[in-house]
Design a binder for this molecule. Structure first.
Ligand code: SF4
Ligand code: SF4
Length: 441
């Protein structure tokens, strides 16, 4: 089985289940010293991974062990927060059968799940600027991606379902499993519907998630939907035009550098000082040789700098604008230094999640979202052909074709980076158009 692991992952259509959707078969086609499971789930309100690590602990360990053997790693480490006590208990119950695996308990800070911070916490190694964990021998895997690998190994089941948390201003916050391709509104209805009329939906967490329409679809990377009042501060922050963030950098930034103190990449010793980039955006320069707009390439958009700022300024949006402008001009990241050590007292620069939830005005929504099976049957699903990094998948079905759940409906284009897509319900293909395939039950 081990020789086939890359093919198994490819044939299951597995991509990073919580981030940008990098195809996992490319990721696991490597050699590594340590495989780290990213079980931090540091975005407030989301409750998927912490529950899956509890109820599917053994399956997670089986799949992790298979990856550890495949990449020739010395060990596999599940990095999860100390506060996930049921998951820790379930994993500990099974760990004796997996001598190469252990758990690592993280404090409750944001963004503990930032790949590079996770690698630093678990191994003490610092990923170079603009680099990836494999540069220091670490392979970071998502909890759900590993469970999808387990499903493929045990049941020959490809990626057709997705675990999501539906929370915020809904009647019954919950975590559940749904077929890929249902709409955000259908997911919200599963949670009893919205409690308010004028609401906005975030796909993902409040920090890095994006505002989406009610008729947008659950894809392989959807971790959850958060329903918030349209005038909530989190929505205002996401909606605030970048032009205003740039203007505010000149008008209101007092260069206190609190944003830099909390920046997770600055903490690792990377040359990223958001307060200086605010000065670059406002005045074009810092008169400091070590800072130029290109330092913005080292920003990962975690958004934390805004919540350290007493004026609620948005260095992350300024950085995003700088990156977009440089991208348009063909400028690439020139920063690839490998810091020898993190900044002094790096541990004291962690930003507590409770404090963050308070700053975000999300305390009323910081509730349990228990894992439940809804048994709802869906009449229609729509599967975008581009729900991963790489080329859009190529349809292998036509309108009128009958498909069964699990059938291949779109393949990786020859010679491209991509992922396969499968039918998530039994039915008939009703449309292959506009970069998506619709199936009616
Ligand atoms: S925390 Fe706010 S005011 Fe202080 S330097 Fe950063 S952006 Fe400017
Ligand atoms: S969003 Fe802000 S805190 Fe996060 S990496 Fe970028 S500059 Fe640092």
């Amino acid at each position: 089985m081990q020789e086939n692991l890359v093919d198994l992952v490819k044939d299951a259509g597995i991509v990073g289940a919580g981030g940008a959707g990098f195809p996992t078969h490319v990721k696991v086609d490597a050699k590594a010293d340590t495989v780290i499971v990213n079980g931090a789930e540091c975005e407030p309100l989301l409750r998927v991974d912490q529950q899956l690590m509890d109820v599917r602990a053994r399956e997670l360990l089986e799949a992790l062990n298979a990856v550890v053997e495949h990449v020739g790693a010395k060990e596999g480490v599940i990095g999860l927060k100390k506060k996930y006590t049921p998951a820790i208990a379930s994993l500990n119950k099974n760990l004796a059968d997996f001598p190469k695996l252990r758990i690592f308990q993280l404090e409750n800070f944001y963004p503990a799940g930032d790949e590079q911070n996770l690698v630093y916490e678990v191994t003490g190694k610092i990923v170079p600027e603009g680099g990836i964990p494999l540069n220091v021998g670490a392979l970071v895997m998502n909890v759900e991606s590993l469970l999808q690998l387990n499903d493929k190994i045990q049941e020959d089941k490809p990626v057709i379902d997705k675990y999501i948390t539906v929370t915020g201003a809904v009647k019954h916050p919950m975590t559940t499993v749904v077929p890929l391709g249902i709409t955000a509104q259908e997911a919200i209805d599963l949670a009893g519907g919205a409690l308010i009329d004028d609401y906005v939906i975030i796909n993902g967490g409040p920090m890095m998630g994006k505002i989406v329409a009610p008729d947008s679809f659950v894809t392989k990377t959807t971790k959850g939907f958060i329903v918030l009042p349209a005038d909530h501060q989190v929505i205002e922050s996401k909606d605030r035009p970048a032009s205003r963030s740039l203007k505010d950098a000149a008008i209101a930034c007092m260069q206190c550098s609190l944003c830099t103190e909390v920046c997770p990449r600055h903490r690792l010793g990377h040359h990223l000082e958001p307060h200086k980039l605010m000065r670059v955006a406002a005045y074009g320069s810092t008169l400091d040789e070590a800072t130029s707009p290109t330092n913005a390439f080292l920003c990962v958009d975690c958004g934390l700098c805004q919540y350290a700022c007493v004026h609620d300024l948005q260095p992350w949006k300024v950085n995003r604008s700088l990156k977009e402008m440089m991208g348009k001009n063909g400028i690439k990241n020139p920063h690839h230094e490998q810091p020898e050590e993190a900044i002094r007292f790096a541990d004291t620069h962690r930003f507590d999640v409770h404090r963050l939830i308070k700053r975000l005005g999300l305390e009323p929504y910081d509730v349990e979202a228990p894992l439940q099976d809804t048994q709802v049957v869906f009449k229609e699903v729509t599967l975008p052909l581009s729900q991963h990094i790489g080329a859009p998948s190529k349809p292998v079905v036509a309108v009128g074709d009958k498909v069964n759940r699990g059938d291949l409906i779109a393949d990786i284009p020859e010679g491209s980076l991509g992922a396969k897509i499968f039918a998530s319900i039994d039915g008939t293909v009703s449309s292959v158009d506009g970069g998506q395939i619709t199936i009616q039950a």
